[in-house]
Design a protein around this ligand. Structure first.
Ligand code: NAG
Ligand code: NAG
Ligand code: NAG
Ligand code: NAG
Ligand code: NAG
Length: 451
C-alpha cells in the first residue's frame, strides 16, 4: 500500500521534516514538507476528499524509477475517495509530473491544483498518448514554467485527456499569449480563467481563433493588460457559447466607432473597475447581469430589457438610471454615488426588485425622498446597509441625520395638502351646523316680531 501511495502522491516528497494533518469535518488533509521519515503520515489522508501538499523540492526524485502497477494496487487506487489534490510551494520537475500523472487514470481525482509552483525542465509526455484521465478541472496559480509556444507535440500527446477537460485556470502567472493551437485542443472546455496575467489587446485575437474553445461558456480576463473594448469584442466574437465574460480591472477605453457584435449567448458581463467615465457601446443585447461598479460614470442610460441584476455602486451618478422598463430586475446596487433621491415610485412598480443597495449617497430628506426610502426599507428591500448607511445631506435641518429618523407623517410632510381639506371640512361642518340650527330652531333667525 505504501508504494502505491508513494506513487500516487509522490510529488509530496521532500527532505525537510514534515507531516500531514487531517480535518475530518472538512475531509481535508494538508501535508507540509513531507520527508521519507514522515511519509507514513500520508496514510491518515486516505479518507480525505481534498489532499494538499505544501513545501518541498522534488528535483531529487526526477529520476525516481516508476514502473507499472499490480492489480491490487490499481484496486486500491480506485477505492480512494480523493477528489482534489493541491500542490503548493513546490519545485516540480516536469519529467516527474509526466510519470506520475499516468497513475491518476486509476483514481477518481477530478481536480488538480498547482499554487506557487515552479515547473522545471521538459517532461516526456509521449507515454500519455491516448491516455484518459478522470481530471476535469486543472488550476495553476502563480506558477512558472517553460513557455507554451512550440510545445504542440506535448499537447498532442496529452490531447485525449485535454479534450475532455472542463475547467482550466492559469492565473497570476505572467501569461502574455495563448497560441491559437492550444484552444483547439480544449474541445470540451466550459470555463477558462486567465485572470491576473499580462494579456494585451493584440495577443487576444489569436487565442480565440476559429475552432478554439468551441464550448467555452465562462471566460475571465480579469486584471490583464487590455485597453480596447472594441478589440476584446472582436477577439471573443467566435466564442458562440460564451455566457459570462469578466473584463474587470482592466483599463478600458471607448473606441470612436465600434460596430462589433458580442456573442449572442452573453448573459453576464463584468466591467467593474475598468476606468469607465461613460457607458461603452454596444453592450451585449441579451444581458441579465451587468456589473459597472467602481468606475467614474456620471450618468447611465441603457436599455437592456432582460436585465436582472445591475451593479452601479461606487460611481459618480447624480441620479439613478431610469429603470421602469426593466421588468425582470431583481437586484439594483447604487451605493456610494451622488444620488439625492431614489425613483422610489418606479422601484415600487418592479415586482421582482427585491435587493436594493443604495447606501452611502447624499440623500435629500425632504418628505418624498425620506418617505420613499423608509417605505422600501419597510418592505424589506434595503439590505444590510439600512439604516446606518443612509444619511441625509439636505435640507439643512436634517443634515447628518439617519433617513430612518426623519419624520414623514402626512401632517408634517405636506401642510398645504393637509390644511386645505381640513379647512374645507371645517367650513362644511360649520355650514351644516348652521343649517341644522336654522332648521331645528327656526325662531332663532326669525326676525323678532313685536306683538
Ligand atoms: C476543521 O475545519 C473546521 C472548519 O474550518 C474548523 O472549525 C475546525 O477547527 C477544524 N478542525 C481541526 C481539528 O483543525
Ligand atoms: C509565487 O510563487 C513564488 C514561488 O514560485 C513565491 O516565492 C511567491 O511568494 C508566490 N507569490 C504569491 C503572491 O503567492
Ligand atoms: C501593456 O500594454 C502596454 C500598451 O499596449 C504596453 O506598453 C505594456 O508593455 C504592456 N504591459 C505588459 C506587462 O505586457
Ligand atoms: C466583477 O468582478 C469583481 C472583481 O473584479 C468582483 O468583485 C465582482 O463580484 C464581479 N461581479 C459579478 C457580478 O460577478
Ligand atoms: C430637495 O427636495 C425638495 C423637494 O423635492 C426640493 O424642493 C429641494 O430643492 C431639494 N433640495 C436639494 C438640495 O436638492
Amino acid at each position: 500500500m505504501n508504494v502505491a501511495v508513494l506513487l500516487l502522491l509522490g510529488l509530496g516528497l521532500s527532505e525537510v521534516e514534515g507531516r500531514c494533518f487531517f480535518n475530518r469535518t472538512q475531509e481535508h488533509c494538508v501535508c507540509y514538507n513531507l520527508s521519507q521519515e514522515s511519509l507514513g503520515s500520508i496514510i491518515q489522508c486516505l479518507p480525505a476528499s481534498v489532499v494538499e501538499f505544501r513545501g518541498g523540492e522534488l528535483e531529487r526524485y526526477a529520476a525516481f524509477p516508476i514502473s507499472g502497477l499490480d492489480s491490487s494496487t490499481i484496486e486500491m487506487l480506485d477505492s480512494l475517495v480523493i477528489r482534489k489534490i493541491i500542490f503548493g510551494d513546490l519545485l516540480v520537475p516536469e519529467i516527474l509530473l509526466a510519470q506520475v500523472l499516468r497513475f491518476f487514470s486509476y483514481t477518481r481525482v477530478r481536480e488538480l491544483v498547482f499554487e506557487s509552483c515552479i515547473f522545471k525542465g521538459r517532461g516526456n509526455w509521449a507515454e500519455m498518448t491516448g491516455q484518459n484521465l478522470p481530471i476535469l478541472s486543472l488550476h495553476f496559480h502563480n506558477v512558472t514554467s517553460a513557455p507554451l509556444t512550440g510545445r504542440e507535440q506535448d499537447l498532442s500527446s496529452l490531447s485525449s485527456w485535454l479534450e475532455t477537460l472542463q475547467e482550466l485556470a492559469v492565473t497570476g502567472s505572467h501569461v502574455t499569449s495563448l497560441p491559437c493551437g492550444i484552444g483547439r485542443v480544449f474541445r470540451a472546455l466550459r470555463s477558462l480563467d486567465v485572470a491576473q496575467n499580462s494579456l494585451g489587446d493584440e495577443r487576444l485575437m489569436p487565442a480565440f481563433c476559429e475552432g478554439a474553445f468551441p464550448q467555452l461558456q465562462v471566460l475571465s480576463l480579469q486584471r490583464n493588460n487590455l485597453t480596447s473594448y472594441h478589440s476584446v469584442c472582436k477577439s471573443v466574437q467566435l466564442l458562440r457559447e460564451l455566457q459570462h465574460l469578466d473584463l474587470s480591472q482592466n483599463k478600458l477605453m471607448a473606441d470612436p466607432s465600434s460596430s462589433c457584435q458580442w456573442p449572442m449567448a452573453l448573459r453576464i458581463f463584468n466591467l467593474s473597475n475598468t476606468g469607465l467615465d461613460e457607458v461603452l457601446t454596444p453592450l451585449p443585447p441579451g444581458l441579465e447581469v451587468l456589473d459597472m461598479s467602481c468606475n467614474h460614470l456620471h450618468a447611465v442610460d441603457i436599455s437592456l430589457t432582460s436585465l436582472k441584476k445591475l451593479f452601479l455602486s461606487q460611481n459618480m451618478l447624480q441620479a439613478a438610471p431610469s429603470i421602469k422598463n426593466y421588468t425582470m430586475l431583481d437586484t439594483l446596487h447604487l451605493g456610494n454615488n451622488l444620488i439625492t433621491e431614489l425613483p422610489w415610485d418606479e422601484v415600487k412598480l418592479l415586482r421582482h426588485l427585491w435587493h436594493v443597495d443604495a447606501a452611502g449617497n447624499p440623500y435629500n430628506c425632504s418628505c418624498s425622498g425620506a418617505r420613499g426610502l423608509q417605505e422600501l426599507a419597510g418592505m424589506g428591500h434595503l439590505g444590510q446597509g439600512w439604516p446606518q448607511g443612509y444619511t441625509c445631506h439636505s435640507p439643512p435641518r436634517y443634515q447628518g441625520r439617519l433617513v430612518k429618523d426623519v419624520p414623514v407623517s402626512v401632517l408634517q410632510c405636506n401642510s398645504a395638502a393637509v390644511i386645505a381639506p381640513v379647512c374645507i371640512a371645517l367650513a362644511l361642518l360649520g355650514m351644516g351646523g348652521a343649517i341644522y340650527l336654522v332648521r331645528s330652531r327656526p325662531g332663532l333667525v326669525r326676525p323678532c316680531r313685536r306683538v
